[in-house]
Design a protein around this ligand. Structure first.
Ligand SMILES: [Zn+2]
Length: 460
């Protein structure tokens, strides 16, 4: 299968130029001018005149088919990766979960089974580690050798995911030695637990108390502690879903000292804010996620962090739960509302609008934040995250001047509300290729469940 993308404006993290891209099979084989003359017989030609051609998006933080709070996230690997494809994301890194008593490999097998035959785009896994006695430490290296080179540890959710500091230190030491990366959910979950119990005892049960019991200081303190432990363990650390200026300042301070501290933020923290919890009735439950939405004043600070590279990645933490029956589990108790929201489909367009159209970042930085940096940090570069000869032909043809309004009913995510309902954004995904195959064209899904491949990631 030979495909030519003609006359697009190619944008990578470092380049912007007009050229043709010749794809043979699953990879890019030639980039240049007027390739039609030398390409030979073509199976497909895509005219990209006046459009951008960017690397397929990489979302390194999704939760498809995740059991949480007595229910499961409403997207599985089939619906979730299809929604990702529509939004121009051609790679996800999802989180497998090790439960108490399980080996890391047993846990990985469960998530392989969830994704196999279902994923429509390529996928990798991080491993959430909850049980790490010393005899299991070698399993970390074992997973890295299988291409699962990053692990997530929690400082929150005592009794479910939280691990103690000794475990964090040992995991960071072991992973660091083997080229692995520890991703931290950084919050002071012990203090938060007390705040939650107090609020409930005082009869404060509405969704907004989810936010009011998780202060920004709890996140900042967790970030500070995670980075300090990583420094002692001589290991890099990656802070997931950083939501506020208080926490960002901790990352900035560490990076100013030259420490290998990385962090991602998510569209919800750039576009939504605490006022959503004050909406009538139980509406605020739609926005119950952790960390919670913050005061609006944090948003511009996060954009500054993205511009100045104190934040390197924008992921979604896509973890949808339907309002009916799922979010409603917490109608009388905010702590029972499943944590998470939908996001995987609109990340690229939202960030293009908020970043490039609103003149906060360059178009190259947009590509870096939505694709290239994640590929580099998580061991996928240069196979993913750029447009270059020999790289996978994961390409998005993007209309930079076309507007869209995000609808109330999500088109492709399997959930019954949209977190970005009614928002107008400039920048629309037109055509999406995954390893050379067109998977979205003219608003129609042309991929297939099961075509997504597991990605063995390298070390960092
Ligand atoms: Zn998450």
């Amino acid at each position: 299968m030979k495909t030519l993308i003609r006359n697009g404006h190619i944008v990578t993290a470092v380049d912007s130029y007009n050229a043709d891209i010749l794809i043979d099979g699953s990879t890019v084989v030639l980039i240049g001018k007027d390739l039609e003359k030398i390409a030979g017989a073509l199976d497909k030609t895509i005219n990209a005149t006046d459009k951008l051609v960017i690397p397929g998006g990489i979302d390194p933080h999704t939760h498809m088919d995740l059991p949480f709070g007595g229910t499961s996230s409403s997207d599985d690997f089939e619906t979730g990766t299809r929604a990702a494809a529509f939004g121009g994301t051609t790679t996800i890194i999802d989180f497998a979960v090790q439960y108490h008593g399980q080996s890391l490999n047993q846990a990985l097998d469960v998530w392989f089974a969830k994704a196999e035959g279902k994923a429509a785009v390529d996928y990798g896994f991080h491993m959430i580690v909850t049980d790490l006695p010393d005899q299991r430490l070698p399993e970390l290296k074992g997973l890295i050798d299988q291409g699962v080179s990053s692990f997530k540890l929690f400082m929150a959710y005592p009794g479910v995911f939280l691990v103690d500091h000794g475990t964090i230190f040992k995991a960071m030491t072991s992973a660091g030695e083997s080229g692995g990366l520890i991703c931290m959910h950084a919050e002071n979950g012990i203090v938060i637990d007390v705040l939650v119990k107090r609020a409930l005892a005082e009869g404060r049960t509405a969704p907004k108390y989810h936010a009011l019991t998780r202060p920004t200081r709890a996140e900042a303190e967790g970030v500070h502690r995670a980075i300090a432990i990583a420094e002692m363990a001589n290991s890099p650390v990656y802070i997931v879903h950083l939501s506020c200026y208080d926490a960002l300042k901790e990352v900035q301070a560490a990076r100013d000292l030259g420490l290998p501290a990385y962090a991602e933020t998510c569209p919800q923290y750039l576009f939504l804010d605490y006022s959503y919890y004050e909406r009538d009735g139980f509406e605020g439950a739609k926005y119950v996620m952790t960390p919670p939405l913050r005061d609006k004043s944090n948003q511009e600070q996060l954009w500054n962090g993205l511009r100045g590279n104190d934040l390197q990645v924008i992921s979604t933490d896509h973890c949808p739960f339907c309002f009916k029956e799922q979010k409603e589990l917490g109608r009388n108790d905010f702590s029972k509302i499943p944590n998470g929201g939908p996001g995987v489909e609109h990340r690229m367009s939202l960030i293009y609008e908020g970043g490039v159209v609103q003149k906060r970042i360059s178009v190259n930085r947009f590509v870096e934040l939505t694709s290239t940096a994640a590929a580099k940090i998580f061991g996928l570069f240069p196979r993913k995250g750029t447009i270059a000869v020999s790289s996978d032909a994961d390409s998005v043809i993007f209309r930079p001047n076309r507007d869209q309004t995000i609808s109330a009913q999500p088109d492709h995510i399997r959930v019954d509300y949209s977190a970005y309902e009614g928002r107008k954004v400039r920048g629309v995904v037109d055509t999406v290729l995954s390893r050379g195959a067109v998977i979205v064209e003219d608003g129609v899904f042309k991929g297939k469940a099961g075509d997504g491949q597991f990605l063995r990631r390298g070390t960092v």
